[in-house]
Design a protein around this ligand. Structure first.
Ligand code: ZN
Ligand code: ZN
Ligand code: ZN
Length: 249
């Protein structure tokens, strides 16, 4: 099981349109500092599963034979905007697993094209090949699922977008060793938001869940600039994700 973060930004991304702060100025010339919409690629042997579809260049990144399924966390635009292009593609179709959200986004359900939507239910595990996937309910402004992936005694969680976690989800995560936790951390310490974690929230969750390693994603502009300040430090077990970074194994 290999997990690559393709995008680690929030909906605004880095650099932020119209912002002339030093961090954005540097990010405009250094591609390594860019943050695109939060998304990831989970690979098991030669099977590849895209987690969220906010990237708008999916067609350029993947051929139709090397993308085997798409898992959506929710239907906010920064997690699905890439689907509006690829749905008009050709081929046998691609399975898209998603929360049971009757609205979806714009006309995706009305005109799915090659996208084959499958609605998931919380805590009902299923398999893609020999990868076990358990959808978990998150705390966000519309129906949202995080995912736990289990394969060959390895267990990793991808939890985006959320502010905190339902107690039952924390118990589920802590019930067995967790090798990696990838979690929405959009804001710097002290910034209160009902839909996304700040760094304090993530530090507290990490303590309670006890993952071997925690990686932050969905990083917003202000957290990004906070992290780039040499005076600010993270504990050794907490990492800031970056676009293209392989975070597991
Ligand atoms: Zn800026
Ligand atoms: Zn969202
Ligand atoms: Zn988002």
């Amino acid at each position: 099981m290999r997990l690559t973060l393709l995008g680690t930004g929030d909906a605004g991304g880095m650099p932020l349109f119209g912002c002339h702060c030093p961090r954005c100025a540097t990010a405009r010339t250094d591609p390594a500092l860019r943050r695109r919409s939060a998304s990831a690629l989970l690979s098991v042997a030669d099977r590849h599963y895209l987690i969220d579809a906010g990237l708008t260049d999916i067609e350029e990144r993947f051929g139709d034979s090397d993308l085997h399924a798409i898992l959506l966390t929710h239907f906010h635009v920064d997690h699905v905007q890439g689907l509006f292009h690829i749905r008009w593609g050709r081929g046998d179709g691609i399975p898209v697993y998603c929360p049971n959200d009757t609205n979806g986004c714009a006309d995706l359900f009305k005109h799915p094209g090659v996208l084959q939507f499958n609605r998931l239910h919380k805590y009902e595990s299923f398999y893609l090949d020999d990868l076990k996937i358990t959808p978990l309910p998150l705390i966000h402004s519309r129906p949202t699922l995080g995912y736990v992936f289990e394969h060959e005694r390895q267990r990793i969680a991808y939890l985006v977008d959320t502010r905190g976690l339902p107690p039952k989800v924390e118990d589920f995560l802590a019930s067995e060793p967790l090798d990696l936790l990838v979690i929405d951390t959009s804001f710097p310490p002290g910034v209160d938001n009902t839909n996304h974690n700040n760094l304090d929230d993530t530090l507290a969750l990490q303590q309670r869940i006890g993952a071997s390693r925690t990686v932050m994603t969905h990083i917003g502009h202000d957290l990004d600039t906070w992290l780039s300040d040499d005076n600010n430090h993270l504990p050794d077990t907490l990492l800031a994700g970056h676009d293209g970074g392989i975070v597991f194994p």
